[in-house]
Design a protein around this ligand. Structure first.
Ligand code: GZL
Length: 312
């Protein structure tokens, strides 16, 4: 009879145990519309790999119907949990009910939804309202509360755009000499930001009476900076530029004098999301919102930050 050593028996058992604990998680990602989105995807994939999680990834190209299809596929596959970055706030109740009926926990990652909180385990995201307030507070301080602002909004209907707009307005209304003169969506993309800024500059007589541009993300700000230059103005000087995400390229723009402030958006949301699913599986209480908040950065540290972040 073939003998088997205790060591190989224990090794075999530990491999079976590890396999038994190996999780399969479905991740319905919005798309790859911005530099931040790409780094978020890479970070979540790397975290899954590190934890031995089998991550089933779906890129929805910013279409809600593709996300709903992906979630239904994950349910059919009987995954242990689902990460969903909801492109817009509404239209999720039915598919989240199907996941709940299948007893599959759903973590909203990066963005939120309007709907019944019992349909998802938790939301792992920053506080977009706070980000908008911070951007406006910084701008009010820089301009002594007197500034005519143009706003580049994110994707229409997304919680990030709705709340960053709300937060910014909360502060602007405290300053009678501040106003949001124009506001339009650039859909979180560089091309969108450039197109909208070109239209603002045309509508504002070339931009001489625009004091600042607030963009809901750095990619739109970088597109708008291009448009400001092509209009013969100096971004960062003639028009103050403030945005959100803290992607490497905005630090380069700040170091070059083309942008003035950015607020960091943490892309490393995989860890807290996977931990929340594990906690739920272990029967532990999970808060409905796990916040990931970031600081505001200014040109004085931009060159060093760019070096650090672009080296990764
Ligand atoms: C906000 C996130 C936004 C980023 C953009 O949490 O949803 O979407 O600010 C991205 O870069 O497109």
């Amino acid at each position: 009879m073939k003998s088997i050593t205790v060591g190989s028996l224990l090794l075999g058992m530990s491999l079976i145990a590890a396999g038994a604990n190996a999780q399969t998680i479905g991740f319905s990602q919005i798309g790859s519309e911005s530099g931040w989105r790409t780094s978020e995807t890479e970070s979540i994939k790397a975290e899954a790999k590190k934890r031995g999680i089998d991550l089933k990834f779906s890129d929805a190209q910013q279409k809600q119907e593709n996300q709903i299809k992906a979630v239904r596929t994950f349910i059919a596959q009987g995954v242990d949990g689902i990460l969903l970055a909801p492109v817009v706030e509404t239209g999720w109740d039915q598919v989240l009910k199907e996941a709940k009926d299948a007893k599959i926990p759903v973590v909203l990652v990066d963005r939120g939804i309007k709907g019944d909180e019992s349909l998802y385990l938790t939301k792992v995201s920053s506080d977009f309202v706070e980000e908008g307030r911070l951007a406006a507070s910084w701008l009010a301080a820089r301009t002594n509360g007197k500034c005519r602002v143009v706003e580049l909004q994110g994707t229409v209907g997304s919680s990030a755009a709705i709340d960053r707009k709300k937060g910014f307005e909360d502060v602007v209304k405290l300053f009678p000499r501040m106003e949001i003169a124009r506001s339009q969506s650039g859909d979180f993309t560089r091309s969108g930001g450039k197109e909208v800024m070109e239209s603002f500059l045309k509508a504002e007589g070339g931009g001489k009476n625009i004091c600042a541009m607030y963009a809901h993300n750095d990619d739109m700000a970088l597109g708008a900076i291009q448009a400001i230059k092509e209009a013969g103005l100096k971004p960062g000087k003639d028009i103050t530029v403030v945005s959100i995400d803290a992607v490497p390229d905005i630090f380069k723009a700040m170091a070059d004098g083309d942008a003035n402030a950015t607020i960091e958006l943490n892309p490393h949301l995989g860890g807290p999301s996977f931990d929340a699913i594990a906690a739920a599986k272990a029967g532990k209480e999970v808060p409905k919102w796990i916040k990931a908040q970031g600081p505001l950065y200014l040109p004085d540290t931009a060159a060093e930050e760019y070096k650090k972040r672009s080296a990764k």
